[in-house]
Ligand binder design. Sequence first.
Ligand code: SAH
Length: 240
Amino acid sequence: MVKIVRLYSGVTIDLLQPITLSSTSAHYLQNVMRRKKGDKVIVFDGKSGEYEAEIKYMSRGTVTLEPKKKLAEVSRPTDIWVAFTPIKKIGTHFVIEKCTEIGVRKIFPIFTEHSENKNLRIDKWKLNSIEAVEQCGGNFIPEIRENTSLGEFVDNFPEDRKLIFCNEVVKEPNLREIFTKDNFSKACILIGPEGGFSDKEREMLSSRKNVYSVSLGARILRAETAVTVALAVWHSHFST
Ligand code: SAH
């Protein structure tokens, strides 16, 4: 059976309203997946849901689709956010990809004492996220926020949400342990940079009311591994 292609549309989809694909998606459909006029694809916009569409027009670099049938509403993951410190390009791409695949509502890039406030290519990250969602079968794209400092992030953190501070210097409590004791269904996972958090940052975080310092086990994980592990454990407890 031919695998059905799933594509993201940057414009909101309406039934029977033609959609002109971006040149990247048009190229992918024509030259990589070798689809033809009349073939069916799945298209989603991350807002209104997911549709079956027919390829109505195809010429070099231009493809128009017609959404024929709504297949599903947008499937938002349960209410988890991730805040992390982007440092290396590959690690960052990994974080964005895994957050999208496993399921996260919002992603906050933050800068800390052991990182720089670099000019981030958030537009590129959105493309990573779109690619990940196209291939994993989801239809929700996490919101990626602008870069903020750790201090600013914590100052503006909502009171009704718990901040899970993944703290590499503590041995306990373990993440699983806190999840069996309290309800963390509305939470944000905070992961530090490669150089870890500074003592001052640890103190600041520990003095806040809705911040919970946790260990992810005896080993020091790379930031991108730590994000994946923490998210998987969170989902196994609180995903609905
Ligand atoms: N340079 C630091 C390690 C930083 S690891 C050191 O050698 O100590 C990057 C981030 O991943 C950490 O700031 C933390 O948020 C998370 N992390 C990695 N391993 C962890 C663990 N065992 N427990 C809790 N958080 C961890």
